[in-house]
Design a protein around this ligand. Structure first.
Ligand code: GLN
Length: 482
């Protein structure tokens, strides 16, 4: 029915229309995508687990609806895949860690359940940095992911599998998680769209926690419109997550077509300083110029505390991680070391054998920052600076409707290039962590390529719960560019 190249260019609406018009069935489409995964993934490594039975059952359900001529739900038959930090009932969920190598969750993450309720067909679970800690997916306990645009390079991280799967046409849309940039940065590296919503917009129920006050779930897709459609599907209050907000969810797709003329786009000099690759700068500046041509007013804004964002993020994130990861004690979940003679030996050996280097580094850093005598100097201080960073945005959003910036200082780096230099890896998050600390929404949209044909991402940031305006600007830019 469809050739490999067609599979790789299908959109959400394209799938739904084709199934409605009976041009192909959801079941046949799922098989086409598994064939595409079989062709592409051995070299890319995006998938950790395939959920073929679950996909077949869902696809059959959709085909039955289509056969009966019933109206199809918005994501009917759409092949999707999920970062392996979201639990899926009876489908192995590892968080990229050896400690959860054989973990079969007893329930579904709300975001996944909402995708399936909207008709999506879950093909499988996607590779990521262990517990979402990293920027290259090289911290996966299983295998690295290669960037489909240049296989000698990383896809970004921690949601590297989610970005690579969309870029390689192995899923139409995917879900990832973003604690400090892990959706936007890999989207930028792989040349796809990635969106981190406002904190509280999407339920975190069933998201394996890294840093609870910074963790967000969001979509990857090839176009802004599809990202809007997925966000509409997963957003909204969930009684199972007390931090999910009771704020009405607009029809993000309908909002896309409103004009952008007259909107004010903020540009902060702090996001264009030293360390920004000249080709990235040129591409992002050209994108801002394009927005000006569309009738947006470009307004300078200041985010003066940006220079403290990385240390603040790495204190808050590691502190929360050290607490969240205390639950992996070898008793209730997954891996338990053999041969321990005492209870504390069992804890120690299980954690030593189950966690990788980066996770251990963060547990140590976070435990230190929270310990008596250092708490005030590090953790409390970081929380205060977090407030200052949030106020920077409040101030800026009094003058502008969105902020435009690079997503990352450079295009995708090479595998192995930064693995032995954690600090260099942390610094690559400079433009993304602030949105997590402030809880504001952000999106990365492709805005060009460098001389080596590596994708570059434009980042747009919005006001709390104003994903609609941010998406509208992103969509207008995308349309104007194509
Ligand atoms: N790269 C950042 C980190 O390593 C962000 C990770 C994320 O957003 N999950 O913490």
């Amino acid at each position: 029915m469809t050739a490999a190249t067609e599979v790789a260019s299908l959109t959400i609406d394209g799938v739904r229309n084709a199934i409605t018009e009976r041009r192909f069935t959801a079941s046949a489409l799922a098989e086409e995508f598994y064939a595409q995964i079989k062709r592409e993934d051995p070299e890319i490594g995006a998938f950790l687990t395939l959920s073929k039975e679950r996909a077949a059952a869902k696809a059959a359900e959709i085909d039955k609806l289509a056969d009966a001529g019933k109206p199809l739900p918005p994501l009917a038959g759409v092949p999707v895949a999920i970062k392996d930090v979201m639990v899926t009932r009876g489908v192995r969920t590892t968080a990229g860690s050896k400690i959860l190598e054989n973990f079969l969750p007893p329930y579904d993450c709300t975001a996944v359940a909402r995708m399936e309720a909207a008709g999506a067909v879950m093909l499988g679970k996607l590779n990521c940095d262990e517990f979402a800690m990293g920027s290259s997916t090289e911290n996966s306990a299983y295998h690295p992911v290669r960037n489909p645009r240049d296989k000698s390079r990383v896809p970004g991280g921690s949601s590297g599998g989610s970005a690579a799967a969309v870029a390689a046409g192995m899923a139409v849309a995917t879900l990832g998680s973003d604690t400090g940039g892990s959706i936007r940065q890999p989207a930028s590296f792989c040349g796809v769209v990635g969106l981190k919503p406002t904190y509280g917009r999407v339920s975190r129920y069933g998201l394996i926690a890294f840093a609870s006050s910074l963790d967000h779930i969001g979509p990857f897709a090839r176009t802004v419109k599809e990202a809007a459609l997925v966000l509409r599907t997963i957003a909204g209050r969930d009684p199972m997550d007390s931090t999910s907000a009771d704020v009405p969810v607009p029809d993000y797709v309908a909002e896309l077509e409103k004009p952008v003329k007259g909107l004010r786009v903020g540009v902060a000099k702090e996001y264009f300083g030293a360390g920004l690759d000249p080709e990235v700068r040129a591409a992002v500046e050209a994108a801002i110029q394009k927005l000006a041509e569309l009738g947006c007013a470009v307004v300078p804004v200041s985010l003066p505390h940006t220079e403290y964002a990385i240390p603040t993020y790495y204190i808050v994130a590691t502190a929360e991680a050290s607490s969240n990861l205390a639950r992996y004690d070898g008793v209730r979940y997954g891996f338990r070391a053999r041969g321990a003679r005492t209870l504390s030996d069992m804890y120690r050996l299980s954690r030593d054998g189950g966690f990788g280097m980066e996770v251990k580094r963060r547990i140590m850093l976070g435990t230190y920052a929270l310990s008596a005598g250092y708490y005030d100097a590090y953790y409390l201080k970081a929380q205060k600076v977090r407030t200052l960073l949030t106020r920077d945005f409040d101030e800026a959003f009094r003058k502008v409707d969105v902020i435009a910036a690079p997503t990352c200082p450079t295009p995708a780096f090479r595998l192995g290039e930064k693995v032995n230099d954690p600090l260099a890896m942390y610094l690559a998050d400079i433009y993304t962590v602030t949105a997590n600390l402030a809880g504001i929404p952000g999106i990365s949209v492709p805005c060009g390529e460098n001389h080596e044909k590596l994708p570059i991402g434009l980042q747009l940031l919005g006001r709390h719960f104003d994903e609609a305006t941010m998406l509208r600007v992103a969509h207008a830019y995308e349309q104007a560019r194509n």
